[in-house]
Design a protein around this ligand. Structure first.
Ligand SMILES: Nc1ncnc2c1ncn2[C@@H]1O[C@H](COP(=O)(O)OP(=O)(O)OP(=O)(O)O)[C@@H](O)[C@H]1O
Ligand SMILES: [Mg+2]
Length: 271
């Protein structure tokens, strides 16, 4: 296929919060944003809290319907009338910062991963359980973890389960919203290493949202920086240095974060 995987043009979202009897409050969460993502790319989105990062990726995958603009996946509009395209729904999977948001605490880890396999791939129980075990192996969770419930796992293990669950739909685009932000630095590095591995093995395109620009430097090809709902900088991850960036705001972000180094040897899986 030629052409971008995802093409967003002039996307705008205004939230209106009713404060009756006062004048309703308008928040322009994203303001005329255009972005092109090529197949196989890993794109980072940085920016301070409230700059519109989550709203933008929410708009990509159907969580937030934009007021204006268009979003196309492989040349096809994802919003069609009042509906969100079913293929796009499967093709774009979101992983949140807090794994509890997407995991069912009453189900075992295996059941959590098997559920989307039954739904998307129409597998019967036995096949879904087998495929769930394979996915759990892929994300580094072998042994007895499959039988446990999410509450008994560490934060890093839970995030691995969320990633396995997202991969169950066989997405083309993985959207990660601050997915490593709540983890301590060494576990964060292990999950980033996992993301780089599954991206290569599964031919995935990834969009990673993080307020920590050093995370994006490590795993992304290209980084965009948002401020007040707009893209203020777009550059290759290589050029994301204080010396090379053009925006004073990006420079501020770069100066504000501690440096995270790439692991020189494979890290143990013991998170
Ligand atoms: N459902 C909503 N209703 C009203 N306002 C909203 C809603 N969702 C987001 N906003 C507002 O839109 C703006 C952008 O929010 P968004 O969550 O996209 O920012 P963000 O960059 O992801 O921030 P953070 O880094 O804190 O997650 C903020 O001002 C936020 O308060
Ligand atoms: Mg957010």
């Amino acid at each position: 296929m030629t052409g971008p995987l995802l093409l967003a043009e002039g996307v705008t979202k205004v939230f209106k919060t009713s404060r009756w009897p006062a004048t309703p409050l308008r928040t322009v969460a994203i303001d005329d944003v255009s972005l092109r993502i090529e197949p196989g790319e890993s794109v980072g989105i940085a920016g301070e809290s409230g700059s519109g990062k989550s709203t933008l990726i929410g708009a990509f995958c159907g969580l937030v319907r934009p007021d204006r603009g268009s979003i196309q996946l492989r040349g096809k509009d994802v919003y069609r009338g009042r509906r969100f395209d079913r293929r796009a729904w499967r093709s774009m999977q979101l992983v949140f910062q807090d794994p509890y948001t997407s995991l069912n605490p009453a189900m075992t880890v295996e059941q959590n991963v098997a559920e989307p396999l039954r739904f998307w791939k129409r597998l019967d129980d036995a096949a879904a359980r087998r495929a769930a075990r394979e996915l759990l192996e892929l994300v580094g969770l072998g042994g007895t973890v499959a039988e446990r419930r999410p509450a008994s796992l560490s934060g890093g293990q839970r995030q691995r389960v969320s990633i396995a669950r997202a991969l169950a739909a066989e997405p083309e685009l993985l959207l990660l919203d601050e997915s490593v932000s709540a983890l301590d630095v060494s576990v964060q590095a292990q999950i980033l290493e996992l993301l780089m591995r599954v991206r290569a093995e599964r031919d995935l395109t990834q969009v990673l949202v993080s307020h920590d620009i050093s995370v994006l430097q490590l795993v992304c090809d290209r980084v965009i920086v948002m401020q007040a709902g707009r893209i203020v900088e777009e550059c290759s991850a290589r050029d994301l240095t204080v010396e090379k960036v053009s925006e004073p705001y990006t420079r501020q972000l770069l100066e504000a974060v501690p440096t995270l180094r790439a692991p020189s040897a494979p890290l143990p899986q013991g998170d």
